[in-house]
Design a protein around this ligand. Structure first.
Ligand code: NDP
Length: 330
């Protein structure tokens, strides 16, 4: 089976040189295990963190070992009664065409309810991130203004749709005019192309004339600095990601926001989706209901072919994806 190893740790922006392709024998599956054929591989910004040696909330990838992450796969050989051949599962699996896993380490997905790839996006980890970050941390109320950065991505596009379901005014920032148009289609009230807007602060202020009650932060940096100037009294900020700094080689510097949080009695909370692990079934149930009712759309950018996994991953940092970035392997 083909596999992709971490060849070296990147400094700054990662490149194709960090990925090494290798062919290995397909391992035999033993009692309680399943042989899995990879259907879709998820590429996610957090993987950049795992390519570095620095300690974080998930252990670093080992140099010379397969990279792993969210994968949707089909069971092709089963020694685990609960997972018959043909069932579709999701799990944390290596970037390989075939892999062997303990049946208990993967979850069967209801593949009749949505396209299989959606269990890596809308009905998977990014959807749950949007659900808990927005509804639990920001707690938006009807009529409030919600700003989401990285709005056209996997998490952001769901955050915006959920905030519309809550009856909020929703403003998003994204990196192209096509993405801005897409966000309007999704029902965002305003969307701003942060790459071409010469006056980001002015554009945000115009888009949020009543100020900002909730901010779902996916990107950090200058966009976040500008949003903090618009916080209303008792604003809530869900600190989800800081992708604008993931490739930085020096500590990012900028305005100190503490005074703005203080003066507005705002609440800033970082979170990791796994903090909510015990409540994931609730989140999947709600997301599935809204999806089935046509209230949530699961946009994705599908790249074809196992060999394209590194390119799809690197594309995250160039804004190449709209919605969830996935690679179709088989
Ligand atoms: P996305 O689908 O949003 O993909 C990444 C997007 O980020 C790109 O398409 C690009 O869009 C944008 N981007 C890239 N570089 C920059 C930059 N320098 N400044 C601003 N935007 C940039 O990824 P996800 O939805 O999967 O993740 C979004 C964020 O949420 C990430 O920061 C991720 O780490 C975080 N996350 C956190 C989780 C948690 O548990 N806390 C769980 C899942 C994700 P554009 O064209 O707009 O620039």
């Amino acid at each position: 089976t083909k596999t992709i190893l971490l060849a070296s740790r990147p400094v700054g922006v990662p490149t194709a040189a960090q990925f090494q392709f290798e062919t290995r024998a397909v391992p035999a599956s033993a009692a309680g295990q399943v042989l899995l054929k990879t259907l879709y591989v998820s590429v996610d910004p957090y993987m950049r963190g795992r390519m570095s040696a620095a300690k974080s909330y998930v252990a670093p990838f080992a140099v010379g070992e397969p990279i792993s992450g969210g994968v949707v796969a089909e069971v092709v050989e089963s020694h685990g009664a609960q997972l018959p051949v043909g069932s579709v599962v999701v799990g944390n699996l290596p970037w390989q065409e075939y892999s062997v896993a303990d049946a208990s380490a993967v979850q069967r997905v209801p593949a009749d309810q949505a396209p299989a790839s959606y269990f890596l996006g809308l009905l998977g980890m990014p959807g749950l991130t949007a659900y808990f970050g927005l509804l639990d941390i920001c707690q938006p109320k009807a009529g409030e203004t919600v700003v989401v950065s990285g709005a056209a991505g996997a998490v952001g596009s769901i955050v915006g749709q959920l905030a519309k379901i809550q009856g909020c005014r929703v403003v998003g920032t994204a990196g192209s005019d096509e993405k801005v148009a897409y966000l309007k289609e999704l029902g965002f009230d305003e969307a701003i192309n942060y790459k071409t807007t010469s006056d980001l602060a002015g554009a945000l202020a115009a888009a949020a004339p009543n100020g900002v009650d909730c901010y779902f932060d996916n990107v950090g940096g200058a966009i976040t600095d500008a949003v903090y100037d618009l916080l209303n009294k008792h604003a809530r900020i869900a600190l989800c990601g800081q992708i604008s700094t993931y490739n930085a080689t020096e500590a990012p510097v900028g305005p100190r926001p503490e005074g703005k949080l203080l003066k507005t009695s705002s609440k800033l909370q970082g979170f990791i989706v796994s903090d909510y692990h015990a409540r994931w079934p609730e989140g999947v149930k709600k997301l599935t209901e809204w999806y089935a009712a046509g209230q949530l759309k699961g946009e994705e950018t599908v790249t074809e072919g196992f060999d394209q996994i590194p390119a799809a991953f690197l594309g995250l940092f160039q804004g190449e994806n709209t919605g969830k970035a996935v690679v179709k392997v088989a």
